[in-house]
Design a protein around this ligand. Sequence first.
Ligand code: NAD
Length: 351
Amino acid sequence: MRILVTGGAGFIGSAVARLLVQDRGAAVLVVDKLTYAGDRRSLRDCEGRHGFEFLEADICDTPRMRDAMAAFRPDAVMHLAAESHVDRSITGAADFIRTNINGTFSMLEAARGYHASLEGQAKARFRFHHISTDEVFGSLGPTGAFSETTAYDPRSPYSASKAASDHLVRAWHETYGLPVLVTNCSNNYGPYHFPEKLIPLVILNALEGKDLPVYGDGSNIRDWLHVEDHARALVTVVERGRVGETYCIGGRAERRNLEVVQTICDLLDQRVPAARPRRELIRFVTDRPGHDHRYAIDCAKIETELGWRQEQSFESGIAATIDWYLANEWWWKPLREKKYSGQRLGLLAEK
Ligand code: NAD
């Protein structure tokens, strides 16, 4: 297998690259612009391995994407590169429109040209896998779950830009016959998660005795999936998914934000005792505008059709994640010390 992974220096992309290189023995070309969210250190388990290559490039640069595909000759493109932080999309949407919409258009055009140049088995094998979010579906009430047939209803600049990119991908399939796959996944957590996002931010603030700001009253509900389970789902879809189909991926682990923060406090108290219980650091702050109330995913299709199952429960996954942050200060410390573009650290964005 030869896989071109965009956004492979990011949180999920690096987990996908590790899985492909270490477990599947695939040849992998990571294409990444190395924005503030990308870090080659997240790929240290892949660097130097046979078949692993890295290209620092912008996905919006269509000629470069064409050249990269022509030179690397992938069997599949897994497209993860994106601006991914909801709070940043609210304070400045331009990069989200550029990378998530124009960048996806650029990747689709490059892939269309490359696919047209292929023949025989190579043409039959090629897939363009677009990685997206459950946020495109909007917000749920107290019951129900998103599935592959849920109508789109994005509510933040981030989710609107991802929704637009999903529509482009489907259009390139219907109009040009590009063999595409789309996946929409719920909130991920795990190693190498950029420390502006909810779970790493809470772990690290709690460790350092800093305030733990929680949006609103903390009652917003998210479904959580360990990043390595997501990476296995993505590789399963690219290997065995049916062309033209969408697969929803989730963790069947709905938790209130406040519950997540409290769980982290309690687990940290057990591991690194503090003078006072860390729950006392929790502060309720003004809610995010347009904050979706609840997300939940019905992932029956990928489970029954492709046999994927998550391996980590939320309880074991969150404990392992805390242990990873405790053991890997070399990774997060330099990122914490950087000023995240003068923003308010995107305090409690879930993604
Ligand atoms: P991330 O922000 O950690 O990583 C994004 C990567 O893309 C970074 O390495 C960055 O340098 C790169 N990038 C950004 N703009 C680029 C450009 N113009 N050209 C090339 N590279 C560029 O994001 P993530 O959390 O790993 O998310 C990856 C994908 O998965 C995104 O498409 C996101 O929408 C989707 N997703 C994320 C979650 C989640 O919980 N994090 C859930 C579902 C879906």
